[in-house]
Design a protein. Structure first.
Length: 92
């Protein structure tokens, strides 16, 4: 008795969402443009990076300031005698 041929596995059909994602990915690939367009694109990217850096530095500075205020308050609480402060509190 001869063996029956094994059924062929069908190639899976790619879904519409997958096709859309692939098309969007292909569209994002850097297209050749004029030198002026490239210069504008680079300038925008540099501005974006500088803005992100400034924001990060501002957040870090603010966090450091808040830490200093907390430390000053803690020092002030430790310095108090029987709940009475010996000098004026540090106000920011």
């Amino acid at each position: 008795m001869p063996h029956a041929p094994a059924p062929r596995a069908e190639v899976p059909v790619r879904g519409p969402k997958r096709l859309a994602r692939d098309a969007a990915r292909a569209a994002r690939v850097a297209r050749p443009g004029t030198a002026a367009q490239e210069a504008v694109r680079k300038e925008l990217e540099l501005r974006k990076q500088a803005s992100a850096r400034r924001g990060r530095e501002a957040r870090e500075a603010h966090a450091e300031h808040r830490r200093e205020v907390r430390r000053a308050k803690a020092r002030e609480r430790r310095r108090a005698i029987d709940g009475v402060r010996t000098e004026a509190p540090v106000r920011w």
